[in-house]
Design a protein around this ligand. Structure first.
Ligand code: FES
Length: 166
């Protein structure tokens, strides 16, 4: 049995304090790493896409979203699929709505294809072939306390310049 000396006690005390300090500061350091300065701060109406660290790097992930829109007396539920891509601390979020006429695109051959009129978009969402007048629309994002938020918007279809309509 080890004799408890003053020196042994102090070593164990320092180890315990160090471990405790690391345990309570590690999450905030992670948040600091993600929560970059310059990000939008007014995000209370943005949609929470979950923990940022759970987003696998270098592959497109589907993130279904749903939310309720209230128009005076009616409310309706909107459902959509977003595509999320992460490289280190940088994220790209694309809508699944084709800019040509509003059909839903699907991932195919390292890009996206629209089944309606066969627009094909590359892995960055740029138009490769087909009638789409612009790339797939990207959305603003921010990371707060380790969670990824998106500013969901709908965009006008059939026009070359991206125009938000919501
Ligand atoms: S709606 Fe997508 S190509 Fe026409």
């Amino acid at each position: 049995m080890t004799k408890i000396t003053r020196r042994n006690f102090l070593k164990k005390w320092q180890l315990a304090v160090g471990t405790f300090a690391t345990a309570i500061t590690a999450p905030s350091l992670f948040y600091w790493w993600w929560d970059r300065s310059g990000q939008p701060t007014d995000i209370e109406n943005w949609i929470d896409l979950g923990k940022a660290k759970k987003i696998t790097e270098n592959e497109w992930l589907k993130r279904p979203i749903s939310f309720t829109i209230q128009d005076r007396w009616n409310s309706r539920i909107v459902k959509e699929m977003l595509y999320v891509y992460r490289v280190k601390r940088d994220v790209t979020i694309l809508t699944s709505i084709c800019p040509h006429a509003g059909c839903l695109v699907k991932p195919e051959n390292n890009g996206f294809v629209c089944p309606c009129h066969k627009s094909f978009f590359n892995e960055k969402g740029d138009v490769v072939t087909g009638p789409s007048p612009r790339p797939l629309d990207s959305m603003e994002w921010a990371v707060k306390k380790g969670r990824l938020f998106v500013k969901y918007e709908k965009f006008r279809s059939g026009v070359e310049i991206k125009q938000s309509i919501s």
